[in-house]
Write a protein that binds this ligand. Structure first.
Ligand SMILES: Cc1cc2nc3c(=O)[nH]c(=O)nc-3n(C[C@H](O)[C@H](O)[C@H](O)COP(=O)(O)OP(=O)(O)OC[C@H]3O[C@@H](n4cnc5c(N)ncnc54)[C@H](O)[C@@H]3O)c2cc1C
Length: 417
């Protein structure tokens, strides 16, 4: 049991899950966030819990595919070309990580992290005060082309090798799985073990329950610097000059973490992968199974009674700007896969955006700083932050309690590049 205090910078899913497990262990926890905890990256995402996402973003073939996508304004991927030292270094490490050896090492680790996180969310969903539409219906990857069919077949083989259930389905089998949908596809890869949840509900409920349990929230407070005593952080300094004395600090500031940690002389590599989502309330027709349209890289997710459609990964530097061409690309992809879907798309002002904190090797940063003895970091979960939130919170709590972590954290160390 801890009887110490912990300040967590960032009230996204990682920060809130860390707060949840630390509070359970008896810590006095304060969550500090520069926003109001109503609509950040952890709120409007696609809500998928994904043991199926065991292949890291850095993999052979991704560089060539990425370059092709860069030339298409409606494609799901874009890096705004610019001479920015952090971006150039990130790209270099990404290029170096995109090899078979890395994929082989990363696959079982990502699989285990996601599986264990899924179990923790299942546990959370059964507790009083939580009802965030957690469902275990699997994940369907629909494809239209022979080329994609080959890729998905290879993924299915890799999945089976690490013990993950994966089935290639033909149109008859897909019809049984999605009886209400008139599909225009060649086939599908189905991962029965995936789950999903309504991310906004989870976030609001976590904030509410944590407050009830005595976690203190400092919102609209941006931490801009630290003050040090020896090899420890002594206090946080807010943008408006307030000093907040601390004992233990968790930095879980998502896409902003690398910039903040520079103030502590710690170099980590994070680029923001901006993405968009559109939520349609109670549409007439919708798929039952969470689905990714494979070639388009668009997620189509039933959430409670609603339907959320999300996609695009743009590394363009954090900015609120919405790229309407890519939104158009997302909207146009839907009728290519579903012949009978009528989606009353709303105005572009209803488009939500979020920034995935992406590392060059597709592995998160989870652990303790070597340089500062009371600093802990949880970030860099890229496309899987929601999925990996619960396990990351648990692992951080174990490290702070100085217990042997229930998973080896070597792959997530801060100084690995
Ligand atoms: C379109 C889209 C779809 C996605 N779908 C999925 C999915 O289906 N499954 C999945 O697992 N993941 C998904 N993701 C990714 C997932 O949303 C992110 O990985 C996750 O939300 C990151 O959580 P986080 O807590 O690290 O960061 P955030 O949610 O960004 O939280 C960080 C918080 O830190 C605060 N902060 C930053 N700097 C400071 C500072 N200096 N002082 C105080 N506060 C600060 C910010 O205000 C923010 O609230 C998706 C993302 C997008 C964009």
């Amino acid at each position: 049991m801890g009887n110490d205090t912990v300040h967590i910078i960032g009230g996204g899913i990682i920060g809130l899950c860390a707060a949840w497990y630390l509070k359970k262990e008896g810590y006095a926890v304060t969550v500090i966030d520069k926003g109001d905890l109503k609509e950040g990256t952890s709120f409007g995402n696609a809500g998928m819990i994904v043991p199926s996402h065991f292949v890291p973003m850095a993999n052979p073939g991704v560089v060539a595919q990425g370059l092709k996508w860069m030339l298409n304004s409606k494609s799901p991927f874009y890096i705004r070309p610019r001479l920015n030292q952090d971006l150039v270094q990130w790209l270099w490490h990404f290029y170096r990580s995109s090899n078979h050896q890395h994929v082989k090492q990363a696959m079982p680790i990502l699989y285990e992290l996601n599986e264990r996180s899924k179990d923790l969310y299942q546990e959370l969903s059964s507790l009083e005060n939580f009802d965030f539409s957690f469902e275990e219906k699997g994940l369907l990857m629909l494809y239209k082309s022979e080329k994609q069919a080959e890729k998905e077949a290879k993924t299915a083989e890799q999945a089976k090798k690490i013990g993950l259930e994966a089935e290639i389905l033909d149109s008859k089998e897909l019809g049984k799985l999605e009886p209400n949908m008139d599909l225009d596809v060649l086939g599908g890869l189905y991962f029965p073990g995936d789950a999903h949840l309504y991310s906004n509900k989870l976030m609001f409920q976590l904030v509410g329950v944590l407050k009830q349990k005595g976690v203190h929230f400092l919102t609209n407070t941006s931490v801009s610097d630290f003050s040090f005593k020896g090899s420890q952080i002594e206090a946080l300094i807010s943008e408006n000059g307030d000093t907040i004395p601390v004992k233990n600090v968790v930095v879980a500031s998502g896409s902003w973490t690398a910039t903040l940690l520079k103030k502590a002389n710690i170099k980590i590599y994070i680029q923001d992968g901006k993405g968009y989502s559109i939520t349609l309330e109670k549409p007439k027709t919708r798929p039952q199974i969470p689905t990714i349209l494979s070639e388009a890289k668009v997620a189509v997710i039933p959430m409670g009674d609603d339907l959320r459609i999300g996609g695009t990964l743009e590394m363009s530097g954090i900015s609120p700007q919405i790229n309407t061409k890519r939104i158009q690309g997302i909207k146009e992809s839907i009728p290519r896969y579903y012949k009978n879907i009528e989606l009353p798309f709303t105005d572009d002002k209803d488009i939500w955006k979020g920034y995935r904190p992406c590392t060059p090797d597709g592995m998160p940063y989870i652990g303790k700083s070597e340089a500062l003895s009371n600093l802990y970091v949880g970030t860099g979960h890229g496309m899987m932050g929601l999925s990996l939130g619960a396990i990351t919170g648990k692992l951080l709590s174990e490290v702070i309690m100085q217990k042997k972590p229930s998973m080896d954290l070597f792959a997530f160390r801060l100084d690995r590049f």
